[in-house]
Design a protein around this ligand. Structure first.
Ligand code: MD3
Ligand code: FE
Length: 209
């Protein structure tokens, strides 16, 4: 029997493995430590049920993505616990956007996801933005994870990708509304973060301007 054709990534996804070298990853971690000092990680909760997510989050940029039981998913200009404005997006991430996003305007939000060893993120679409013409640009730091991406319907077939520290993915065009999630971490695969775990950064345009 002939081998099956290699499964390709959905249209519009650009995978840039090892985009950041080790020194750049270390510098980014320092930038994110400063963000987390100004804007502590919070535990997001699902709308209505109030069920807590296993990923902890914070943001930088003019807007940040937050969620809680009562008010649900949304972008807002201030931290949900401290009430302070989000710290600015580190310059290196603005440079990354300019280099890979192929979009004229700067990112308005950078969501910082922190995964401990057992954290995961169920299959979902990112659709709390109003401007889907801009891509989402993602940076992975720390332990490897198993990332999954499908199509525009939850039941469409999915592809799995092992994301490693320093990898960048650009989710644009038809992939912008693809279902995706993180099935698991591979603990102990990176020494970048002193206490292990994984950080994912997503640069976004929110719209409404
Ligand atoms: C595919 N984060 O924050 S990043 C999220 O690794 C999120 O923390 C995951 O899903 C993480 O919403 C995945 C890669 C990613 C981000 C946005 C996408 C993939 C995407 C939007 C559309 C399609
Ligand atoms: Fe997402």
């Amino acid at each position: 029997m002939p081998a099956p054709p290699p499964s390709s990534l959905p249209d519009g996804i650009r995978y840039l493995p090892d985009y950041f070298d080790l020194a750049a990853q270390q510098a980014l971690v320092e930038d994110i430590r400063a963000v987390v000092e100004a804007a502590p990680l919070f535990t997001p909760a699902m709308p209505r049920t109030g069920k807590e997510m296993s990923v902890r989050m914070t943001n930088c940029g003019g807007l940040g993505w937050v969620t809680d039981k009562v008010r649900g998913y949304r972008y807002q200009a201030t931290h949900p616990v401290t009430g302070a404005p989000w710290p600015p997006i580190p310059p290196v991430l603005l440079g990354l956007w300019r280099a890979v996003a192929d979009h004229p305007a700067s990112p308005q939000a950078c969501l910082v996801n922190f995964y401990s060893g057992t954290a995961k993120m169920g299959l979902h679409q990112d659709r709390d933005e109003t401007d889907f013409s801009a891509p989402v640009v993602s940076v992975s730091l720390g332990d490897d994870c198993l990332f999954r991406v499908g199509g525009l319907q939850r039941t469409d077939p999915t592809r799995s990708l092992r994301l490693r520290s320093g990898d960048v993915i650009v989710l644009g065009g038809p992939s912008r509304l693809a279902f995706h999630g993180v099935d698991r971490l591979y603990a102990g695969t990176s020494t970048l973060l002193r206490n292990g775990g994984r950080i994912n950064l997503t640069l976004r345009r929110v719209g409404g301007d």
